[in-house]
Design a protein around this ligand. Structure first.
Ligand code: FE
Ligand code: FE
Ligand code: ZN
Length: 276
């Protein structure tokens, strides 16, 4: 089953999200587990979750690719920021268990001058604090553009984090097409080569989801500016090769392009056409 969806608003709760993505023509989706700029999360309503799970079964919607707030920086130098990362991460993972077996995607973080090695150690330390043996969620590290002091712009950095995690079966990777391009990986001219590099470095068995975005920038500028699918630097033929690539096409594709709901519905239809 080909899975395409987009990032949607979490307002109104779980069933509202299910109805929203179904109306847009999607069968997978992403949402922020709490306000992207931080703050407390709403309590989960078990009746809403039950109605949502029944709706997903009926409509064949599968894989929530929940997104941690942007302010969650597991390798922050400031203790208060790192403490927020720990409490928000742990609380999100507890609430994710209301919807068992889904994905929770996060940005590894920015080391802000502490250096890559310290950043990697701190990220692994947070994971080793918040992951728990009987969790059913898989936590996904997102491939980053390498903007500023972001960790995760190179596959080797993701591998180094995963190497330090004790509960390795709880972690995977979400590949963001805008980010890897901005980080320098040539997914237009050599998609097979990039996937081979990922396999050798991280392992394709860890790849669980794709953020399908176009980009405003030339390759390698380390900027992270998403663009609508038809408008960016990645030609539609390259997008088509991505969504039909044998190792990628079985994964959930999530659009995070600058669109309103009508724009997302149009891009979901476009990706379905490209996939064929
Ligand atoms: Fe992200
Ligand atoms: Fe992303
Ligand atoms: Zn981005």
């Amino acid at each position: 089953m080909f899975r395409i969806g987009c990032h949607i608003s979490a307002s109104g709760g779980y069933l509202a999200m299910g109805r929203r993505i179904d109306a847009l023509g999607g069968n997978t989706f992403a949402f922020f587990t709490r306000n992207p700029r931080g703050g407390a999360a709403k309590d989960v309503d078990p009746a809403d979750v039950d109605a949502f799970l029944a709706f997903c079964k009926e409509k064949d919607i599968d894989r929530l690719v929940a997104h941690a707030p942007y302010t969650l920086n597991p390798c922050a130098e400031k203790e208060s920021v790192r403490q927020f990362a720990l409490t928000a991460f742990a609380d999100d993972l507890r609430r994710m268990e209301y919807t068992p077996g889904q994905y929770y995607n996060f940005h590894p973080g920015s080391h802000v001058g502490q250096g890559l090695d310290v950043g990697i150690e701190k990220i692994a330390e947070v994971l080793n604090t918040v992951l728990f043996p009987d969790m059913t969620t898989t936590v996904l590290l997102e491939t980053m553009a390498g903007k500023g002091s972001e960790v995760g712009g190179r596959f080797e950095q993701l591998r180094a984090i995963i190497d330090r995690v004790e509960l390795k079966d709880k972690v995977g990777v979400c590949l963001d097409t805008c980010h890897v391009w901005d980080a320098g990986y040539d997914i237009v001219g050599d998609l097979d080569g990039v996937m081979t590099a990922f396999d050798k470095t991280v392992g394709l068995d860890r790849l669980k989801a794709v953020h399908l975005n176009n980009t405003k920038n030339d390759r390698g500028v380390a900027k992270d500016r998403h663009e609508k699918l038809p408008d960016g630097k990645l030609p539609l033929e390259a997008i088509q090769r991505i969504v039909t690539h044998p190792v990628l096409e079985t994964l959930p594709f999530i659009l995070e392009t600058p669109n309103d709901e009508a724009g997302y519905a149009a891009e979901i239809a476009l990706v379905r056409r490209l996939h064929g």
